[in-house]
Write a protein that binds this ligand. Structure first.
Ligand code: LMR
Length: 396
């Protein structure tokens, strides 16, 4: 039965980690996978998370299962983070949360949930979108369609074209939106643009499916949740897949949540029960440790304040690196304008070079980025930024 199967090539994003690790060049730079790195190139465990883990390990007295929907204090903390405590959907208990194995687990669960509501549903995704959205949503059985989003030549959002295309979206279909820090392009909708999409959803009856994996990495925790909060206020139904991988630096522990906003509390609870039932048929229930740590950080005043400081440090570092990279490219006489990088937000931007130039950067300079020229900004530091700028200019 297995003999016909072919060996697959490595994942286009995750495979870069191994390729970089195996490269003996001491000047090598990893701008591949979206994992935050500090000035020393490390991805440390956040102090606040470490402290929460210590408390959990010392106080934990059972390894019995947690609830199928996850840790209640984690779920509540996530809702507060996404909506804020004064949001009407939060106050009216119109949001239900199911802890999931990472943001990917939430996305997949959300796809299965949408199919249970509407077996004919199409999900419209931005062009471009995160490469893994396609298998995550498509394997569940959702039909996929694209809307234009970003022009890699002008480095602008194609908002008019996006709106024109979204006019075709039918009631009961989904539109996948990146809550903030668009992966891969770093270009986010403005508040006015979010309003336009919300009005379209109201009028056409489609459901926004928001993937928010980088809250706090763009402008700040509240600003980054603008779109999520707007949709949850204006619309009766919204699906939100959230991830704690990046903003809590807790990647390998797989901490995420599927959040479903319903028309009222009864509907939200029914949705959660359906989602938990779907999860039971896939992985049964979520793991405990990572979400317990995040739940503790969110519910403990001191740990939460400490986490906020750490998150701000990560965000400020990324935003500063964006500006520095633009300056370095300019001072190396780059024949192209890269100023758009400083205007974009989050972990990623497209450098905007050709696939051949990406290959040369990898082979000749040991600079690793995704084939699309997506770079993970946090891989830059003061020790490698000059070499990076010189290498990029050399291949242009
Ligand atoms: C990325 O886009 O690099 C991250 O979200 C990690 C991943 O799983 O691809």
């Amino acid at each position: 039965m297995f003999e016909e199967l072919e060996l697959l090539p490595p994942d286009p994003i995750l495979g870069l980690m191994a390729a970089h690790r195996n490269d003996p060049n001491p000047d090598k730079i990893d701008l591949g996978v979206g994992v935050y790195k500090d000035e020393q190139g490390n991805t440390p465990v956040l102090r606040s998370v470490k402290r929460a883990e210590e408390i959990i390990l010392s106080e934990e007295n059972t390894k019995s299962y947690i609830a199928p929907t996850g840790h209640p204090e984690f779920n509540q903390g996530v809702q507060q983070l996404l909506l804020g405590v004064s949001h009407p959907a939060y106050k009216d208990n119109r949001i239900a949360t199911i802890q999931s194995p990472g943001g990917c687990g939430a996305l997949r669960l959300g796809a299965d949930f949408a199919l249970r509501c509407n077996p004919e549903a199409t999900v419209w995704v931005s062009d471009p979108t995160w490469a893994n959205h396609i298998p995550l949503l498509g394997s569940a059985g959702l039909k996929l369609a694209k809307y234009p989003y970003y022009d890699a030549t002008t480095h602008q959002i194609l908002f008019d074209q996006m709106v024109e295309t979204l006019k075709q979206v039918k009631k009961g279909d989904l539109v996948l939106l990146h809550g903030c820090c668009h992966n891969p392009c770093g270009a986010d909708l403005t508040e006015e643009q979010w309003q336009v999409v919300a009005t379209m959803a109201e009028q056409q009856g489609f459901v926004p499916y928001i993937d928010i994996a980088y809250q706090g990495f763009g402008l700040g925790l509240d600003q980054d949740a603008y779109g999520v909060r707007l949709m949850a206020e204006r619309l009766p139904e919204v699906i939100i897949a959230s991830s704690c991988s990046k903003n809590f630096g807790i990647y390998r522990e797989r901490v995420g949540a599927l959040n479903i906003v319903g028309a009222n509390q009864h509907s939200a609870e029914a949705c959660a029960s359906q989602a938990a039932n779907i999860a039971r048929g896939i992985y049964s229930m979520p793991p405990s440790h990572g979400a317990a740590a995040v739940g503790l950080v969110l519910n403990n005043e001191k740990l939460r304040a400490d986490w906020n400081v750490e998150l701000t440090e990560m965000r400020d570092r990324i935003n500063a690196l964006r500006t520095q990279l633009v300056e370095k490219l300019e001072s190396n006489n780059a024949p192209q304008d890269f100023s758009f990088i400083a205007r974009q937000r989050g972990m990623f931007s497209f450098l905007g070079v050709t696939p051949e130039q990406v290959q040369r950067l990898r082979k000749e300079y040991s600079v690793y980025m995704v084939d699309s020229s997506r770079i993970s900004i946090a891989g830059i530091n003061s020790g490698n930024i000059d070499y990076l700028a010189e290498s990029v200019v050399a291949v242009l």
